[in-house]
Design a protein around this ligand. Structure first.
Ligand code: SAH
Ligand code: F3S
Length: 481
């Protein structure tokens, strides 16, 4: 039997409850960002109406879908390897069909059908509502492709089925696509132009999750602070909106307030924030609502002004510091995390030192750090040579990771001695006698189970820690419970 990874969510197969009327089995595997995992839930929901139940056993599947990521070359290589595995299974199950979804589908389009002979279907991230037709095409023995990007599609009207859920935390997509055009990034090409989802459908989904027992939602988008609802349509077309549409538009700060007040006991998180689009209003809204968690994922990518400019990140190092200072002034215990790229083209040793000194200034709670990977079609690939030697990239990356590890340890230690609210998400991976959950700042905490249960809000005294995990003892329920 195919082994499903559980040390990491990458490649997790998703499965749902059966519908007795359904006769075929769908195996769906997801890679990359949270948005892909969320999209797979939409896909499973659409295909549930087309006669498919999900399975987490590849060998049983009639239809195999892989929701793919193009962000770095390695992500694409992982998927190519998986396709080889699917091919081996298909030899024993010739009627099994294979479809590629998501960013690789969008980037490579029908080229994928030629390069990967076993692929029957290629579907881009805005075309999932066309799946019923596409599946019919492959049933009739033809290859099927739909990689059309949309101006409107937000899947606001598809109720995602929750796959492999802990029943406590869920993701709710609020924007799709990205207009930022960071020069290294393939996302604007694979996910299209930015559009926002109707706030009412967002609130409905959040209310529905609360009714089903969920206690925390994360509002998802490539750049959530850029959220803008004015009746539908692309963000870039807002300039053409009517006066009425402009006057009644809902921005991210408004939306956060609406969601937080719709469900005052539900924890609200959001990701990702782009520094250039984050406003003081958003920070004030976070401060105003107790149920909005004190944590901001605020990728910076580099600490060097020159590199930020080459990356088309539309802010300077100084402006970033100002934003950090404001966050810490308004929400003193706010946790902040970063994404960082080592070895962007033309990066010098001095630029790299700027990155390290920026990190020293912020002392991030967590970080996600990558070596630059050239992506075909991006501005950086077209204009700049990927000339920082591999060894240099690797060394700089490991210096960044080492410094982050140190800061992470320091930040985790800051919670020691405090009694903090933790939402229990499940049993600790390391011990069956302990629960794991997170505090508002998103730091993982583990503590003895006693009589608490998954989904409870408990007050936990933080007694000791490793570099990224707090170890404590529950002192009772929080007032939120
Ligand atoms: N705004 C998005 C960013 C998606 S990409 C979000 O929701 O998080 C996630 C991270 O991957 C980026 O912040 C960046 O640090 C990294 N990344 C993107 N393109 C990359 C590339 N070509 N090489 C290396 N890392 C990259
Ligand atoms: Fe990519 Fe920059 Fe958008 S990293 S997703 S182009 S904010």
């Amino acid at each position: 039997m195919e082994k499903v990874l559980n040390e990491s969510i990458q490649g997790t197969a998703l499965s749902t409850k059966d519908n007795v009327k359904n006769t075929r089995l769908l195996y769906i595997e997801s890679y990359g960002c949270q948005m892909n995992f969320s999209d797979s839930e939409i896909v499973a929901s659409i295909l549930a109406n087309e006669g498919f139940n999900t399975t987490d056993n590849l060998e049983d599947a009639d239809l195999v879908l892989v929701n793919t990521c193009s962000i770095r070359e390695k992500a694409e290589l992982t998927v190519r390897k998986r396709l080889e595995k699917f091919n081996a299974v298909k030899e024993k199950r010739p009627h099994m069909k294979v479809g590629v979804l998501g960013c690789m589908a969008e980037r490579l389009k029908s080229q994928l059908l030629e390069e990967e002979k076993i692929v029957d279907m290629v579907v881009g991230p805005d075309a999932y509502k066309d799946l019923p037709n596409l599946v019919q095409e492959i049933d009739e023995g033809r290859n099927a492709v739909n990689v059309i990007l949309s101006k409107e599609e937000t899947y606001g009207d598809v109720a995602p089925v929750r796959l492999n859920t802990n029943g406590v935390t869920a993701f709710v997509t609020i924007t799709r696509g990205c207009d930022n055009m960071c020069t290294f990034c393939v996302v604007p090409f694979t996910r299209g132009r930015e559009r926002s989802r109707d706030p009412l459908s967002i609130i409905n989904e959040v209310n529905d999750l609360w009714k089903k027992g969920f206690k925390e939602v994360t509002l998802l988008g490539q750049n959530v602070d850029s959220y803008l609802w004015y009746g539908g349509g692309l963000k870039k077309d807002f300039v053409k909106a009517s006066d009425m549409q402009k006057a009644t538009a809902v921005n991210f700060s408004d939306l956060l307030g609406m969601v937080a007040s719709a469900q005052p006991k539900m924890r609200i998180r959001f990701s990702t924030s782009n520094p250039q689009d984050m406003t003081l209003d958003v920070i004030h809204t976070m401060a105003k609502f107790e149920n909005i968690c004190n944590y901001i994922h605020l990728p910076v990518q580099s600490g060097s002004d020159r590199i930020l400019k080459e990356m088309n990140r539309l802010h300077t190092r100084e402006e970033y510091f100002e934003l950090i200072d404001n966050i810490k002034k308004i929400i003193p215990d706010c946790a902040i995390s970063q994404d960082m790229i080592a070895g962007f083209p033309t990066e010098t040793e001095e630029d790299h030192q700027d990155t390290l000194s920026l990190m020293e200034y912020v002392k991030y709670d967590y970080g996600f750090m990558f070596a630059y990977s050239e992506r075909p079609g991006t501005m950086a690939a077209r204009k700049l040579k990927d000339a920082v030697p591999f060894e240099t990239k690797k060394r700089r990356l490991s210096e960044i990771i080492e410094l982050q590890r140190k800061h992470c340890q320091e930040r985790t230690e800051q919670h020691l001695g405090q009694v903090q609210e933790v939402l229990i998400e499940g049993v600790s991976k390391k011990s069956n006698d302990h629960f794991m959950g997170r505090n508002s700042q998103n730091t993982v905490a583990v503590f003895p189970k006693e009589n608490y249960k998954v989904g409870d809000f408990v007050m936990v005294r933080m007694d000791s820690c490793t570099s990224a995990t707090l170890i404590g003892k529950a002192m009772g329920y929080s007032k939120n419970n």
